[in-house]
Ligand binder design. Structure first.
Ligand SMILES: *Cc1c(COP(=O)(O)O)cnc(C)c1O
Length: 388
C-alpha cells in the first residue's frame, strides 16, 4: 500500500470515519436516514460558521461555485463591488464580476505577500456606494491572511454586504460570522472542513437575505439562485424532504461525520492547534534560512504557508524529491509559480505530520544542493510544538 502525506492546500487528508461514509450504500435522498443526517449537518455547519441567524446552504460544487453563488445572489448587473485581493483568489472574484457584468473595483495588495490596508479600505468605502465588498480570508496563493474582524467592523456600518471567501480558512482560522459582521461566508468541503472535494458551503446573514429581497431582476443563474435552495434547506432542518436538485448524499454523510469531529475537538481548540502547528512550521523554515511570502507574521496564515525557494533550487526537482520522500507539497500559483512552494497544514493535520514534512524539506533541500544543517528546522519546530 502506498502511504503518503498529502500536505497541499486542499484537497486534504480525511479521517477513516469520513472516508467510510463515501463507500456506504447509497440511500434515497428522501429516506428518513438521510433527512436526519442532512438536517444535522446543516445545524452543525451553523455552529462551525459561528452563526445563529445565518441561513446555510450545502450545494454540490466547489469553492469557485460558492464564490459565484455569493456574488450573483447579492448583486445585479451594474452594481459596484469592492474586491480586496491579496492574491490569485481575489482575482477570481474579479473574473466572476466581469462575467456577470458587475462593476468591480479591484483593490490589490501592493505586491505578493502584502495585504490591502485598512486605511485603503476606509478611503474606498467613503468614496463610493458598494453593493458588496469581498475579501479572501486566506489567499491560498500567497498564504496571506486578511484582517476579517477589522474589515467587518468597518463594513457593517455601511449598506454593503460583506462577502468572505473562507475556502482556505473556515474551521482552521478563527472566523466568527455573526460576531465579526460577515454577511456571506463561503467555503468548500475539501479544505479545513476535512471532506473530499464536491460540496460548496455557504451562509447568508439577515442583511444579505434582505438585500436579496430587494432585487429588481431574478438571479441570472437557475442552479445558483438561493430562492430555489432555501426551501430545501429549511425542510431538511425541519425533518422533511424537499427536492430541487439531487443532493450528493454520500458527501453529505461525510460532511456530517467531519462536522461532528470538528465540534468534538471544539472550535477554539481547533484554532489553537492550527495556529501552533503553523507557527512551528514557519519557525522551522525560517531557521533553515528560507523566506516565507507574507511580509508580516500578523498576516501569515495558519492553514497554508507559501515559501520562496533558495537561489538555484528548481521547483520540479524539489517537489519530485519530496514526493520520493512520501510528502506531497504544492507548487506556486500565478506570479509565484516556479519561485515558491506551498505547504497546506489544515484540517486534521497533527504535530507528527508537520515534523515529517519539515524533515522531508530538510533532506530534499540537501539533495537539491542547498546548504542546510539537518535537524535545524526540526529543532525550531519542536520548541514551538512542546506548547501544544
Ligand atoms: C481553493 C480555493 C478556492 C477555490 O476552490 P475550488 O474548490 O478549487 O473551486 C477559492 N478560494 C480560496 C481561498 C481557495 O483556497
Amino acid at each position: 500500500m502506498k502511504r503518503e502525506l498529502l500536505m497541499i492546500p486542499g484537497p486534504v487528508m480525511c479521517t477513516p470515519s469520513v472516508l467510510g461514509e463515501i463507500s456506504r450504500p447509497v440511500v434515497s435522498h428522501v429516506s428518513s436516514e438521510f433527512i436526519e443526517v442532512f438536517g444535522d449537518s446543516l445545524r452543525k455547519l451553523k455552529q462551525v460558521f459561528m452563526t445563529e441567524s445565518g441561513e446555510v446552504f450545502v450545494v454540490a460544487g466547489s469553492g469557485t461555485l460558492a464564490m459565484e453563488m455569493a456574488l450573483v445572489n447579492v448583486c445585479e448587473p451594474g452594481d459596484n463591488v469592492l474586491i480586496l485581493s491579496n492574491g490569485l483568489f481575489g482575482e477570481r472574484f474579479r473574473e466572476i464580476c466581469m462575467r456577470h457584468k458587475l462593476n468591480a473595483d479591484y483593490q490589490q495588495a501592493e505586491k505578493p505577500g502584502s495585504c490591502v490596508s485598512i486605511s485603503k479600505v476606509e478611503e474606498k468605502i467613503e468614496g463610493k456606494e458598494y453593493k458588496a465588498v469581498t475579501v479572501t480570508h486566506v489567499d491560498t496563493s500567497t498564504s496571506v491572511k486578511a484582517p476579517v474582524k477589522e474589515l467587518g467592523g468597518i463594513i457593517r456600518k455601511t449598506n454593503a454586504v460583506f462577502i468572505v471567501d473562507g475556502v482556505c480558512a473556515t474551521a482552521g482560522e478563527e472566523e466568527r460570522m455573526d460576531n465579526w459582521g460577515i454577511d456571506v461566508l463561503l467555503t468548500a468541503s475539501q479544505k479545513a472542513i476535512g471532506v473530499p472535494p464536491g460540496l460548496a458551503l455557504l451562509a447568508f446573514s439577515e442583511k444579505a437575505v434582505e438585500i436579496y429581497g430587494e432585487r429588481k431582476n431574478p438571479v441570472d443563474s437557475y442552479f445558483l439562485d438561493t430562492q430555489n435552495w432555501r426551501n430545501v434547506m429549511d425542510s431538511y432542518m425541519n425533518g422533511k424532504p424537499s427536492y430541487f436538485a439531487t443532493p450528493p448524499v454520500n458527501l453529505i454523510f461525510a460532511l456530517n461525520t467531519s462536522l461532528t469531529e470538528i465540534l468534538r475537538e471544539g472550535l477554539e481548540e481547533r484554532f489553537k492547534r492550527h495556529a501552533l502547528i503553523a507557527q512551528a512550521f514557519r519557525e522551522a523554515v525560517k531557521s533553515m534560512g528560507l523566506n516565507i511570502v507574507p511580509f508580516k507574521e500578523e498576516y501569515a496564515a495558519n492553514t497554508v504557508t507559501a515559501i520562496y525557494y533558495p537561489e538555484g533550487v528548481e521547483d520540479k526537482v524539489f517537489r519530485s524529491e519530496m514526493r520520493r520522500e512520501g510528502v506531497i507539497v504544492a507548487g506556486g500559483l500565478g506570479p509565484l509559480k516556479g519561485r515558491t512552494f506551498r505547504v497546506g497544514h489544515m484540517g486534521n493535520v497533527n504535530p507528527s505530520d508537520i515534523i515529517a514534512t519539515i524533515s522531508a524539506v530538510e533532506r530534499a533541500l540537501l539533495k537539491t544542493g542547498c546548504q542546510v544543517t539537518l535537524g535545524q528546522g526540526l529543532e525550531a519546530a519542536q520548541r514551538v510544538l512542546k506548547e501544544l
